[in-house]
Design a protein. Structure first.
Length: 442
């Protein structure tokens, strides 16, 4: 198969990953089908409307452009796979809540649909993040069994994990280097040629297993580093220091006359918890690859430290109430931010959820605000009126512009701020009469 503009591409899963990928290929001139479960989302996309609510530069415009071009169509019908020369899989890959093992329900059903409609010679590329070994142990056998074709002979297979982040979808897809692991050289070569149409950066070829480990490994590295930053925050609170000043000084470690920052010494951001579809589960995916072979310690411990942060945020709230001599029961508390990341509408695995569960057990009245999530889009003044405490969970731009003097008038006497993302100035809030407690800075 040669990659020509008349190559037809099907993208399975039109979420944060699949939708922008499909649109970029359509913009490049390919005929693209996007397959997704659920008629509502598909209908919206086919009307040229953006289903993502958060700030995503260029996405709304790109959907409109592609809609007018007429070479992109979303559908719920898996039979469309039979028309595709290339199929890209971008469905969700969560882990089981209790066991942390991969929960490949979406992946298995997508592969089954694809296998049953696979045309001979098609290249299937998995972009979803998967546990190391999944291409060989799950993807290949399902496709072979359902299609009756053999990999490398009847169809081609590659893994090209996606590296984007909500808020930067289009920018990241086009500008981040990519790792590409083909089941054979031909799969790698064709996939690379194809991605060159939308990726401006380097595409590095490797084997499937290495590509799988790189993707889950880079997110695990981040999770471990965040856990370190969170533990530093807890240490600084205990010792009466400000973790943000400590972090600034650590990160400013430079040689005289050298303007480069020392990348290896850059401390991550502590905070009220880690969320999103990826970071909380990719560590579990990585270690699942070596299940029963070794027992990793650092990675699960880091997960537990990060999962503890919403509980710690709740502890800070209780401390602040103790300080003002009040009980939480019967008071009103505002939680600002339900999405896990600033300016995003992505609320998967949000740390706000466990925090809300803890507050709800106290019989305090809790009211949530988020400018990007339909259920929580209310005027901020209305939310803060009559509250005793404000807990900042997400660094949306709107919250960075909060007028403290104004909100103090709306809140009860001895108002409390629990700052989960270091967006308020501790001294300033205290001067204005707030009781302030920030993660790593109390
Ligand atoms: N969101 C991110 O920032 C990000 C970044 C890099 C990698 N990833 C990885 O990419 C993958 C997808 O993530 P996402 O954030 O786009 O998920 P998502 O939940 O936003 O999108 C997945 C889409 O697939 C659809 N789907 C599920 N089963 C299907 C099926 N059988 N057929 C057709 N459609 C189906 C869902 O309805 C959904 O719209 C995951 O493995 C994730 O770990 C995500």
């Amino acid at each position: 198969m040669k990659i020509l503009k008349d190559t037809t591409i099907a993208v399975c899963g039109l979420g944060y990953v699949g939708l922008p990928v499909a649109l970029l290929f359509a913009q490049a001139g390919f005929k693209v089908f996007g397959v997704n479960r659920g008629k509502e989302k598909v209908a919206k996309i086919n009307l040229g409307k953006n289903p993502i609510e958060g700030k995503e530069p260029g996405l709304k415009e790109l959907i409109k452009t592609v809609h007018h071009q007429g070479n992109f169509e979303a559908t719920t019908d898996p039979k469309i796979y039979h028309q595709a020369d290339v199929i890209i899989v971008a469905v969700e890959t969560p882990v089981e809540e209790e066991t942390h093992e991969p929960a490949y329900v979406a992946m298995r059903s997508a592969l089954k649909d694809i296998g049953q409609n696979l045309k001979k010679g098609t290249l299937v590329i998995v972009e979803s993040t998967i546990a190391p070994g999944t291409m060989k142990k799950v993807v290949k056998p399902i496709l072979e069994q359902e299609s009756g074709l053999m990999v490398n002979k009847g169809f081609l297979l590659a893994n090209c994990p996606e590296r984007l982040m909500p808020g930067f979808l289009l920018e990241n897809i086009q500008n981040y280097n990519r790792v590409l692991g083909g089941m054979n050289q031909k799969a790698s070569e064709i996939a690379k040629k194809l991605y060159k149409y939308i990726i401006k950066s380097e595409i590095e070829e490797t084997d499937c297993l290495t590509a799988e480990i790189v993707k889950s490994g880079e997110n695990t590295y981040r999770d471990v580093q965040i856990a370190f930053a969170n533990e530093m925050a807890l240490l600084c609170e205990a010792m009466g220091a400000n973790v943000w000043e400590v972090r600034r000084l650590i990160n400013n470690c430079k040689k005289r006359g050298d303007t480069r920052v020392e990348a290896l010494r850059q401390m991550h951001l502590p905070g009220a918890g880690v969320g999103g579809h990826c970071i909380p589960k990719d560590s579990w995916l990585l270690i699942y690859g070596a299940k029963d072979l070794i027992e990793p310690r650092l990675i699960p411990l880091s997960r537990h430290i990060n999962d503890f942060m919403p509980r710690h945020t709740f502890h800070l709230l209780k401390d602040a109430f103790r300080e003002i001599g009040k009980n939480l029961e019967g008071t009103k508390i505002a939680v600002l931010g339900y999405a896990y990341a600033g300016n995003s509408d992505d609320a998967r695995n949000t740390p706000t959820e466990p925090l809300l569960k803890m507050i709800n057990r106290t019989q305090a009245e809790v009211i949530v605000h988020d400018p990007f999530i339909q259920d929580y889009k209310k005027p901020l003044e209305e939310v803060l009126k009559g509250t005793q405490a404000l807990i900042l969970m997400t660094d949306h731009d709107q919250y960075k512009k909060i007028d403290l003097k104004k909100i103090k008038k709306l809140m009860r006497a001895k108002p409390i701020i629990i700052d989960g993302r270091n967006i308020f100035d501790k001294e300033k809030t205290r001067k204005l009469g707030f009781v302030y407690k920030g993660i790593g800075n109390i």
